[in-house]
Design a protein around this ligand. Sequence first.
Ligand code: UDP
Length: 314
Amino acid sequence: MTKRALVTGGAGFLGSHLTERLLADGYRVICVDNLGSGRRENIKQFLQNDDFQLKEVDIRKDPGLPPTDEVYHFASRASPKDFTEYPVQIALTNTEGTRHLLDYARDYDAKMIYASTSEVYGDPEVHPQEESYNGSVNIRGPRGCYDESKRFGETLTAAYKRKYNVDVRTIRIFNTYGPRMRPDDGRVVPTFVTQALRGDDLTIYGDGTQTRSFCYVDDLVDGIRAVMQVDEPTYDVYNLGNQNERTIRDLAKEILEATNTESDITYEPLPEDDPGQRKPDISRIQEDLGWEPTVPLSAGLQETVAHFERILRE
Ligand code: UDP
């Protein structure tokens, strides 16, 4: 029998790549998106596919969706730039929205993946971050609308599991990049790549010694599928990311090389609460599910640069 999946945020960056994989694997996919940060452009190639359906609804209200077998809950703006403009919407998407999806999974007996984030670790005092670390989040700060609501979303998943035995698995996604990010998304890879391709200077915030670890989107989708496919996961929560830690200054240099541009680097103030370092400990998923990323940053950046070259030409 054909398997059915529901992907919230299916028109977004991660959601659309996941949808593509599920369709290729023979699933019927219902994409749920209010097209806030998600874009029709990301899913236009699926619209003629009979196995694909777009439901343009907002999960903050009870979306009233048809049954499926697997739920991938990926809806939420995730760019720090959006935290200033949409704090209330973001906080409610990850709380009220998550509640609606958990009700849905319970009522239809669907397996569910909840997309949490490395932001639950806040500005971490432990490095690299392992799943048992409870994090250091400024709940009232500018990132709190996202960080703390994702944390409460996790609390809800644990509560639904305890109370209703909902089969919900949580993934904490670390910085991920690739084609279909918005050029104006604000996150560092699309920002640097588009700046470089336009010949503008790359804007490093702070002194650029802060670190991130960048995972290519195809690797991430493999990891998501691995977490959904296992019958009985040993753990409720898995870090998903690449351990390839870089300073933002080194990332800027790599992007300058990958784009072969005349651009220079300028320095701008570091945003409040910007985490100083971030790198996932992925030993849990490596040992339990055998997943680890395989795409090197240079190869992933090539794909990403090619994508933005196309976009900027249009
Ligand atoms: N950053 C930067 N210049 C930019 C955008 C981001 O130096 O134009 C830095 C940002 O301050 C942070 C890192 O790049 O230290 C990653 O930022 P991003 O918004 O991509 O994601 P985050 O990991 O902070 O959620």
